[in-house]
Design a protein around this ligand. Structure first.
Ligand SMILES: Cc1cc2nc3c(=O)[nH]c(=O)nc-3n(C[C@H](O)[C@H](O)[C@H](O)COP(=O)(O)OP(=O)(O)OC[C@H]3O[C@@H](n4cnc5c(N)ncnc54)[C@H](O)[C@@H]3O)c2cc1C
Length: 273
């Protein structure tokens, strides 16, 4: 196991944070050893849905050995650090169905499974058979997807995913990527972590944020943070913003929405303090 330093101001999609120590996991035994310490471990994928404090501790990331796609005949085994775009291209080339959603969805397979990422009714769980992870010993075990409680942007996964096991259904649907591209047209291009909050049932987080007057209003010491004019549920970093400034703005939005609508917004972004 190696220790390395990652500057989350450059690594994370929101471009906020500092340089932190991160343990790089090269094999299941490395992870098992860290688990024995009893400290809660904070797993990093490609940090497209993460807000990480410069003081964050116990960070871990998989090594590049987990960036692979293996055709196992009946199914595909995909290393958890494999970027979404790589699996998308593979599925297109091999005419496989169920991976179209990965077009334009930033992240690696581990993060995408953990978050059950997707758009509207299209979610990664539809093509997932299960994951490879550790249970009570340092050997990888297969856990079926119906044991993972994969729901709207959540799962019950609280362990390191080493690989995803996927169906190999034929029939890549060429009509879906343009549909997803059009659904993404309202997403801002400035640094963000995608949707800041989950949509509450029967409502939209973006609408609620706009309704309390926070859309397009600039915050932070450098006035470099705002809920985007283009899509109010995207918190964008226009310059040099700090972890605490982002946290404050998230809390402010929750408070305003709670006061006006009596709705408690739940963060979609994962926060490592
Ligand atoms: C511009 C933009 C657009 C986006 N659009 C969408 C969208 O349309 N739909 C959508 O669902 N999301 C969207 N997102 C959010 C993001 O793409 C997804 O949440 C994605 O799943 C994050 O993957 P990641 O590898 O970056 O995970 P990270 O951000 O690194 O981590 C996210 C979570 O997954 C966990 N995790 C990461 N790797 C592993 C692993 N190997 N094992 C266990 N847990 C792990 C982390 O601990 C964390 O809890 C968008 C983000 C951006 C910046």
């Amino acid at each position: 196991m190696q220790k390395k330093y990652i500057d989350f101001k450059t690594y994370s999609s929101i471009k906020v944070g500092g340089i932190c120590e991160v343990y790089e996991i090269s094999n299941p035994q490395d992870y098992y050893t860290l688990l024995q310490s009893g400290n809660p471990l904070n797993i990093i994928g490609k940090a497209n849905n993460l807000l990480i404090s410069p003081q964050a501790k116990n960070l871990i990331i998989l090594s590049k050995d987990f960036d692979y796609i293996k055709d196992c005949g009946e199914y595909l085994e995909v290393g958890a650090l494999t970027p979404s775009g790589k699996l998308y291209s593979y599925a297109k080339k091999h005419n496989l169905a169920g991976f179209e959603i990965l077009r334009g969805l930033p992240g690696c397979i581990g993060g995408i499974i953990k978050m059950n990422a997707g758009l509207k009714e299209y979610e990664i769980k539809s093509s997932l058979l299960g994951i490879l992870c550790l249970k009570n010993n340092p050997q990888l075990e297969f856990v079926k997807s119906d044991e993972l409680s994969l729901e709207y942007r959540k799962s019950n996964i609280n362990t390191l995913i080493f690989a995803g096991i996927f169906k190999k259904d034929k029939g890549f649907d060429e009509n879906l990527p343009p549909l997803f591209a059009s659904m993404r047209q309202n997403q801002p291009s400035e640094p963000s972590f995608g949707s800041c909050f989950k949509n509450p049932s029967n409502n939209y987080a973006g609408f609620l944020i706009e309704s309390v007057g926070l859309k397009g209003k600039k915050f932070g010491k450098n006035k470099s943070l705002m809920f985007s004019q283009k899509h109010a549920n995207f918190l964008v970093n226009l310059g040099d913003s700090s972890f605490l400034e982002v946290l404050d703005l998230i809390e402010l939005a929750k408070k305003c929405v709670q006061e006006k609508h009596n709705i408690l917004l739940e963060e979609e972004v994962q926060i490592f303090s």
